[in-house]
Design a protein around this ligand. Structure first.
Ligand code: NAP
Length: 237
């Protein structure tokens, strides 16, 4: 039987690479996104994936998207919590609104998606969840304290859910990408990107496809005894 995956933030970057990786591996794919309508439509046409507009910070929109997903493809047996935003700023310049927005999307967006996908997984006693954290969530990041905090929280969520859901046959893992070539890093100058590449043992920044393949692996039967893990996709960074 064809397996179904729900990927949040699938319209661009790492999420879009996940959409392609799962589709190529024969999964039925649904992805949610916030605003990149044309790119979502093009990716849907390219891969056959179901594209649904839903802001990860909007509970009602997420609920409606999940209902549409289930109606068209059935309940997903895998969930990839990828939707995320980044922002740079000195700690003292970040406002409560900056913190709330960061946590609403990066952390609560994942919490909401898990809450929605979980009942069907519990019923099936089977499922796989992958969160997308960051190397900055493991080590901290100067001038991105709210981003790094949101990503550290995702690791805590992943490890806690792995403990709680393991007895129900549900695996929960995390990928922690290093510096990856997506629009999220467009804020960095070419020189900064070159410096980050030079600090990376593999001497380059990574591709979205390399993260997508790791996410696919963690959701696949090949990772059937892996749960509660944080897989660094960092080139050794
Ligand atoms: P990206 O190129 O900026 O893409 C972000 C994706 O998330 C887009 O599809 C975007 O959709 C979606 N998104 C953003 N806010 C959303 C919201 N409120 N609701 C629903 N979807 C939303 O970023 P990326 O580099 O692919 O990052 C993907 C994930 O990897 C993020 O969680 C990021 O923190 C993490 N990560 C990235 C790197 C890196 O170096 N790039 C490193 C470590 C971790 P729309 O375009 O439709 O708004």
């Amino acid at each position: 039987m064809t397996k179904t995956v729900w990927i949040t933030g699938g319209s661009r970057g790492i999420g879009a690479a996940c959409v392609r990786a799962f589709a190529e591996a024969g999964w039925q794919v649904a992805f949610t996104y916030r605003s990149s309508e044309e790119r979502a439509a093009a990716l849907s046409a390219e891969t056959g994936a179901l594209a649904l507009r839903a802001d990860a910070a909007d509970e009602d929109a997420m609920r409606a998207a999940y209902a549409a997903l289930c109606a068209q493809l059935g309940a997903p047996e895998a969930l990839v919590c990828n939707a995320g935003i980044a922002q740079q700023g000195l700690f003292q310049e970040l406002t409560d609104a900056d913190w709330r927005q960061m946590l609403e999307v990066n952390l609560m967006g994942a919490v909401r998606a898990v809450r929605m996908a979980l009942p069907a997984m519990l019923h099936q006693k089977h499922g796989s969840i992958v969160t997308v954290s960051s190397v900055w969530g493991q080590h901290g990041a100067s001038c991105e304290s709210h981003y790094a905090t949101s990503k550290a929280a995702l690791i805590g969520l992943t490890k806690s859910l792995a403990l709680e859901l393991g007895p129900s046959g549900i695996r929960v893992n995390c990928v922690a990408p290093g510096v990856i070539d997506t629009e999220m890093n467009a804020m960095h100058s070419e020189q900064t990107l070159q410096e980050l590449a030079a600090e990376t043992p593999l001497c380059r920044i990574g591709t979205a496809e390399e993260v997508g393949d790791s996410v696919l692996y963690l959701c696949s039967a090949r990772a059937s005894f892996i749960t509660g893990q944080v897989l660094g996709v960092t080139g050794g960074f």
